[in-house]
Design a protein around this ligand. Structure first.
Ligand SMILES: *Cc1c(COP(=O)(O)O)cnc(C)c1O
Length: 358
């Protein structure tokens, strides 16, 4: 996968979004703390732009193959997109997806703003059938935390045929493993809080589009709602992005090794893994209590929500009352980090061994 510059993603990750190469320019974009700017330029006021945001936006835009806008959080990006649909419009969305996205859709529906059609996003025929009369098709792939995979290209073609916009939440795959704009999607959503920033220390979101008109609309919406990122957060995310390819490569390799071993462990009834990425879900054979015990019995794996950091974390998803009832109560979602895989496995195996009922 290469971008129009002809450079491979690893090179784009490192080189995009830098200051110009002139004597005494810094190699990295500094943190610009400014609420206002001398009049007559492109920014004017701190809610409309910031050079530090631009460094993050240019890098992510180059990776996704479009123009990027940074937002305060992933949810700020999600709700900005949902706010675009007209009164009473139909939105097709996955029955399993990030809880915040489903709650935002449910909230708008409860207030009569839109109606939703929830689908199994891996059932392409069902999704295509649901596109009829829809204004927006919301795709998340792989889904959280069920790890279903959508056929983005086929769904997008059908959605466009039906006159619907297509949005893809690309948080789990990252632009290194999946580039939705090249598959025809209209808008890419990111929670940059996860893999892009990658160190569990900043909240940030992003939208990427390859249509200039849509870019201007979203830029206007961001200014109006003030859902702009913090400058330090944008700097951390731009800094984190520089190693995205190394982190994803290592975390994915670790995940693949762990998946093979988890499939053989008698305490594990089911392993869900789409074959790429570093999010794995397991279902404990002995049920909910075993899952709650597992997350308390490890030394390296941290019991915490969220995902995509350098550190390995996991959580029993149904501990949240808002998680979909079709997610098994004993499902533990694992965000595999970049530690040594043998240490990760030894830690897990020790805990899992105590959960085997003879
Ligand atoms: C975390 C997450 C979000 C929301 O992002 P925040 O940065 O927490 O607001 C959206 N989509 C997915 C898939 C996520 O994992």
């Amino acid at each position: 996968m290469s971008d129009p510059s002809g450079l491979s993603p690893a090179t784009v990750t490192v080189t995009a979004g830098r200051p110009s190469r002139e004597p005494d320019q810094p190699l990295n974009t500094p943190i610009t703390m400014a609420s206002t700017y001398v009049a007559g330029g492109d920014i004017d006021y701190g809610r409309y732009g910031n050079p530090t945001w631009s460094a993050f936006e240019e890098t992510l835009g180059a990776l996704e193959g479009g123009r990027c806008l940074a937002f305060a959080t992933g949810m700020a990006a999600v709700t900005t997109v949902l706010d675009l649909v007209g009164q009473g419009a139909t939105v097709v969305a996955p029955v399993h997806a990030y809880q915040g996205s489903l709650m935002a859709i449910g909230d708008l529906e409860a207030r009569g703003r839109l109606q939703s059609r929830l689908v199994d996003i891996s059932d392409t025929e069902a999704v295509v059938a649901a596109c009829e009369g829809a204004a927006l098709v919301w795709i998340e792939s792989p889904t959280n935390p069920a790890l279903e995979v959508a056929d983005i290209e086929t769904i997008t073609a059908a959605a466009h045929e039906a006159g619907a916009y297509v949005v893809v939440d690309n948080t789990f795959a990252t632009p290194l493993l999946q580039r939705p704009l090249t598959l025809g999607a209209d808008i890419v959503v990111h929670s940059g809080t996860k893999y892009l920033a990658g160190h569990s220390d900043a909240l940030i979101g992003a939208l990427v589009v390859d249509d200039d008109e849509l870019y201007q609309v979203l830029l206007g919406r961001r200014g109006l709602t003030g859902s702009t990122p913090g400058t330090v957060e944008a700097w951390l995310a731009a800094r984190g992005l520089r190693t995205l390819h190394l982190r994803v490569e290592r975390a994915q390799a670790n995940a693949q090794t762990l998946v093979e071993r988890l499939r053989e462990h008698p305490a594990v009834a089911e392993v869900r893994y789409p074959g790429f990425g570093a999010i794995v879900a397991i279902v404990l054979a002995e049920g909910e209590l075993a899952a709650d015990l597992l997350v308390r019995k490890t030394r390296i794996w941290v019991h915490a929500t969220s995902l995509g950091g350098v550190e390995s974390t996991f959580e029993r998803r149904r501990r949240w009352r808002t998680e979909a009832p079709t997610i098994p109560v004993a499902l533990v979602r694992m965000s595999v980090g970049i530690e040594d895989v043998e240490d990760l496995w030894a830690d897990l195996e020790t805990a899992l061994d105590t959960l085997v009922v003879p």
